[in-house]
Structure formats: structure tokens, C-alpha cells
Design a protein around this ligand. Structure first.
Ligand code: FES
Length: 221
């Protein structure tokens, strides 16, 4: 067993556990987007950032890919973490302005304006769909193509491959395309009000996330 401290609380977890899993076991909430418990960790979105304290120094690391270490000291909600997370969510929102998931996440963090140029790509390149297709469907029908700002998820030569079974899993697993925000106010600022519009109740499906669930179903971050 590995002993570590998260937000001042000491815990013992099994070797091989990630910091995100350890925190969730302890009931500590860390937001995630590209992480899914049924898929290999990828560390793409960085919203799960935590501060790893080593003596006088500290660094920001993605908790979903960070293995626990003996004596590790982790802060999940420090000023440094909060500032970095807000910036990341703002950047992601500029790529996916109509995602209700992102809008809710931003509202929870107190973000009410996106300072970056809005370029709606409808994708945050988190790779959840790509991993789902490969790891769960054993298909590999989609993948990343292009580089830099041209990077996107697509099929080879933009042709539907034989491997694709039209399962729809790539859309289902997407953390940002499931729910679209119906408001058109993003350019001027985030309303953050949609959380209050849908009737919500405490999520009973999983134990680790901060998400509420509407009668339409559960949303896994
Ligand atoms: S980098 Fe950890 S959830 Fe995306």
C-alpha cells in the first residue's frame, strides 16, 4: 500500500492507483473531461490538474495519469490549481462554446466570460471517442488526423470504414457533444443559468463526480 496526503488528509491506497482514483476514493472531487473509468487514461484535457508539493517547490500534473507515490503531497483545490483549471476551461470553451457540460463546468468555477477568440470546433480533442472505438468496440474506425490547429478526429480519408458498426458509441462517450447549450449569449459572456433551468437531483450513479443528473439521464465527466 502507498501512503499519501491529499488536501491534508492522509490515506493508504493500492500501488498502481492514480491520484484521481485515490482522491475519488476519499470523496474528493476533481473535475475531468477526457477521463473515463472504462478507458485507458490519456491526459489530454488537463482539467483534472492537481498541485504536487515537493518541499518548497510544486508542479501541476494531470491527476488522471499521475500514479500515487509514497509520501506524495497533493493539493486539489489550491489557488494555483484553480487558476490553471479556469484558464483551461476557458480555452476549451472557446473551442466548444455550445457545450452545456463545459458551460456548467465554467459556471461552477465562477467563469462568466471567455476571453479567447471563439472558434467552434465542436471537439476538444480529448480522444474519448477514439479510445472507445479502439478499446471497447475493438474497431479503430476513427483516429486523429492532422497536426496543430488542423488536428481533428476523423475516419481514414473521411470515408466510413468497414470496421465502423454504426454503434454511436463515439457520440455517446463524447464529454462535450451530448448536451448543447440552447442559449446564444456566449459571445457576450456565459450565462451560467442553464444549471438552474433543468430540474436536477443528486447523482446516485457514480460516487466520484460533482455532477447532478437531470431526468434525461446521467452524465459522466
Ligand atoms: S487530463 Fe485528466 S481528465 Fe483530462
Amino acid at each position: 500500500m502507498i501512503e499519501l496526503t491529499i488536501d491534508g488528509i492522509k490515506a493508504k491506497v493500492e500501488e498502481g492507483t492514480t491520484v484521481l482514483e485515490a482522491a475519488r476514493e476519499m470523496g474528493i472531487i476533481i473535475p475531468t473531461l477526457c477521463y473515463h473509468p472504462g478507458l485507458s487514461p490519456y491526459g489530454a484535457c488537463r482539467v483534472c490538474m492537481v498541485e504536487v508539493v515537493k518541499g518548497d517547490h510544486s508542479s501541476l500534473e494531470a491527476s488522471c495519469t499521475l500514479p500515487v507515490e509514497q509520501g506524495q503531497v497533493i493539493l486539489t483545490n489550491s489557488e494555483k490549481v484553480t487558476r490553471a483549471r479556469k484558464l483551461i476551461v476557458e480555452l476549451l470553451l472557446s473551442s466548444c462554446p455550445n457545450s452545456k457540460t463545459l458551460q456548467d463546468m465554467a459556471a461552477n468555477m465562477g467563469i462568466n466570460k471567455v476571453r479567447f477568440k471563439i472558434k467552434d470546433r465542436g471537439c476538444i480533442l480529448c480522444g474519448r471517442c477514439v479510445r472507445y472505438c479502439k478499446e471497447q468496440m475493438k474497431s479503430g474506425g476513427i483516429g486523429f488526423v492532422g497536426r496543430g490547429t488542423s488536428r481533428r478526429v476523423a475516419t481514414a480519408f473521411d470515408v466510413t470504414p468497414e470496421e465502423c458498426r454504426n454503434c454511436g458509441g463515439c457520440e455517446w462517450i463524447c464529454p462535450v457533444c451530448e448536451k448543447a447549450c440552447m442559449a446564444d449569449s456566449l459571445i457576450d459572456g456565459l450565462c451560467g443559468g442553464c444549471q438552474n433551468l433543468a430540474p436536477v437531483e443528486t447523482c446516485l450513479v457514480c460516487t466520484g463526480c460533482s455532477e447532478s443528473v437531470s431526468p434525461q439521464g446521467h452524465k459522466v465527466y
